[in-house]
Design a protein around this ligand. Structure first.
Ligand SMILES: CC(=O)N[C@H]1[C@@H](OP(=O)(O)OP(=O)(O)OC[C@H]2O[C@@H](n3ccc(=O)[nH]c3=O)[C@H](O)[C@@H]2O)O[C@H](CO)[C@@H](O)[C@@H]1O[C@H](C)C(=O)N[C@@H](C)C(=O)N[C@H](CCC(=O)O)C(=O)O
Ligand SMILES: Nc1ncnc2c1ncn2[C@@H]1O[C@H](COP(=O)(O)OP(=O)(O)OP(=O)(O)O)[C@@H](O)[C@H]1O
Ligand SMILES: N[C@H](CCC[C@H](N)C(=O)O)C(=O)O
Ligand SMILES: [Mg+2]
Length: 491
């Protein structure tokens, strides 16, 4: 088991007594004897409330902020554990975790934005792999690539993050692309990561339950560029998004090189033409003014933007642009992102996509529309315990983008599923409401005629549906095939 002195973790105990700790924990329930417990403020309660439990579990040191210091001093009075008080305990924990676990892949890049993080991180990893580099992507789908691990958060908390970064570095992983969620940035989860480059995809409504306003949500994302990316890093920025120029300005103010990506605005990596067909698209683009063409077996202009953003990150990380562009045709769609899940025997396709915001639903339906001769149908819902104001907007996006709309459950979590559906239906009163997601998929697949297409949106790669505290097995891709088989009599 690793052991480190507090001073080696950049921490100075109040007593001046430099002790050795054998681990770090952010949750009192994970404390083991000799561990440093980080008592940080949460959304519900201050972690200092749990110091008494951490001490009972044998914590050797407690790290907290001024707000937690009073409780901490009281609890620690009758204990051998030492106390460290800092201005920002979450940030201190992130840096300490980086020092505790030591190694991380040499080249790390991060991507933020409301939509496209998982896609860009995966494409970045796929480009590196095609260039024979040992690489991973880290995020919503866990750790994927040359090292694999399951994921819980899009941006893991620092103890888990640095433990897995050290393990993958020891296993020979040299490059990693990670997703920077707004929650993760706001909570300083990835402050100890050394970044070579960072990307911004877009900003549209989501997570207002947590951030309150779009401006606060943007500020959280901006932290990646103003607080985490070092001055010798490169920022890859979508300049078509209204917030893109603001990100670029913030970077330029710090002397950070900006590599713009765009379809409409002027940019170093600029899409100048697209020709779509059944299985994908040919994309014409310019790299620093020079014309290039590439075949992508992916549907949607947004996917072309995601691939070029990933190319930008890999170039920013030091790879040769020509070598990077040469491997782009090898990019494979990410599981649950505009994935062709099944087809009716008469040809009508069924796609599964992870769009769970008003903008991504709109983008996904618009991406499919030119591929559909007949009607475009959509099955979707909205997650519980998340931004409630996006629900009617998602309904509206579906109503405007599709010809047939089924509103069903997503992950209701602890909320009343009927109330969530009603909020979504408020934005699309003509939709058909079917509570049970499997039944909604079956009914939508049943109504498909030749030339039609169906989008099952919201759960993408997820393999469970959370109702209350229970997660029931559920997989949209699987349900699409099950529905076709049930209707057509064969599996
Ligand atoms: C809203 C949010 O981000 N919550 C995260 C936050 O919890 P919190 O602030 O509510 O914590 P709290 O319950 O007030 O407790 C305060 C502190 O006491 C500690 N505690 C708590 C209980 C206990 O018995 N002992 C103990 O020590 C907690 O570990 C915490 O440090 O800090 C916890 C510890 O790191 C996280 O597990 C928790 O993620 C919850 C489960 C969550 O659902 N997060 C989602 C919203 C999230 O982070 N999503 C983003 C992606 C979103 C996207 O972009 O689409 C992600 O990166 O995954
Ligand atoms: N560049 C983009 N612009 C707009 N929409 C996009 C873009 N990329 C992906 N999407 C849409 O957003 C959905 C989610 O994509 P992805 O998983 O890559 O995003 P994410 O940012 O990682 O999401 P999350 O925050 O939930 O992890 C996709 O299924 C697609 O519908
Ligand atoms: N990372 C996103 C995922 C949402 C997926 C959707 N299926 C839902 O449950 O709302 C969130 O936690 O808001
Ligand atoms: Mg993601």
């Amino acid at each position: 088991m690793a052991e480190r002195r507090l001073s080696d973790l950049g921490l100075t105990p109040m007593s001046g007594n430099d002790v050795v700790v054998s681990g770090l924990a952010l949750d009192s329930r994970k404390v083991k004897p000799g561990t440093l417990f980080a008592a940080i403020p949460g959304t519900r309660v201050h972690g200092a409330e749990f110091i008494q439990y951490a001490l009972r579990m044998g914590a050797g040191a407690v790290l907290t902020d001024r707000a937690g210091a009073e409780i901490a001093a009281e609890e620690l009075a009758a204990s051998y554990a030492v106390l460290v008080v800092v201005e920002d305990a979450a940030e201190a924990l992130a840096h300490s975790a980086a020092l505790f676990f030591g190694a991380q892949p040499e080249t790390m890049v991060a991507v933020t934005g409301t939509n496209g993080k998982t896609s860009v991180a995966s494409f970045t990893r796929q480009i590196w792999e095609a260039l024979k580099i040992n690489a991973v992507n880290i995020g919503t789908t866990g750790v994927e690539g040359a090292y694999e691990a399951p994921g819980i958060h899009t941006t893991p908390e620092p103890v888990t993050l640095h433990s897995v970064l050290a393990d993958m570095a020891a296993a020979g992983v040299t490059h990693a692309a990670m997703e920077a969620s707004s929650h993760g940035l706001d909570q300083s989860r990835m402050d100890g990561v050394r970044l070579a480059a960072a990307a911004f995809t877009n900003l549209t409504q989501d997570h207002l339950d947590y951030h309150g306003t779009m401006e606060a949500y943007f500020e959280a994302k901006l932290r990646l560029f103003t607080g985490l990316l070092p001055e010798d890093g490169v920022a890859v920025v979508n300049l078509d998004d209204p917030h893109g120029p603001r990100v670029a300005e913030a970077c330029e103010a710090r002397g950070i090189e900006v590599l713009g990506v765009a379809q409409y605005a002027e940019a170093a990596l600029k899409i100048t033409g697209r020709r779509i067909d059944e299985t994908g698209q040919d994309v014409l683009f310019r790299w620093q003014g020079e014309a290039r063409q590439v075949r992508l077996n992916l549907i949607g202009a947004f996917q072309a933007m995601n691939v070029l953003t990933a190319a930008g990150l890999v170039i920013a990380g030091g790879e040769d642009p020509d070598a990077v562009f040469a491997v782009l045709p090898q990019m494979q769609g990410v599981r649950g992102r505009m994935q062709l899940a099944a087809r009716r025997s008469h040809g009508a396709p069924i796609y599964v996509d992870y769009s769970h915001t008003p903008d991504s639903l709109d983008v996904a339906l618009k991406a499919l529309r030119p591929h559909v001769l007949g009607r475009l149908a959509v099955v979707f819902g909205a997650g519980g315990d998340r931004d409630t104001s996006k629900r009617p907007l998602m309904g509206k996006a579906a109503c405007e983008g599709a010809d047939v709309v089924f509103v069903t459950d997503d992950n209701p979590r602890t909320e009343d599923p009927a109330a969530i559906r009603a909020a979504v239906m408020a934005g699309c009163p003509e939709a058909t409401e079917v509570a049970d997601r499997a039944e909604a998929i079956l009914r939508a697949v049943d109504m498909l005629e030749p030339g039609d297409a169906l989008l099952i949106a919201g759960k993408g790669h997820e393999t469970g549906q959370q109702m209350g505290d229970v997660v029931y097995p559920f997989d949209d891709v699987e349900q699409a095939s099950v529905a076709v088989a049930a209707l057509e009599g064969a599996i």
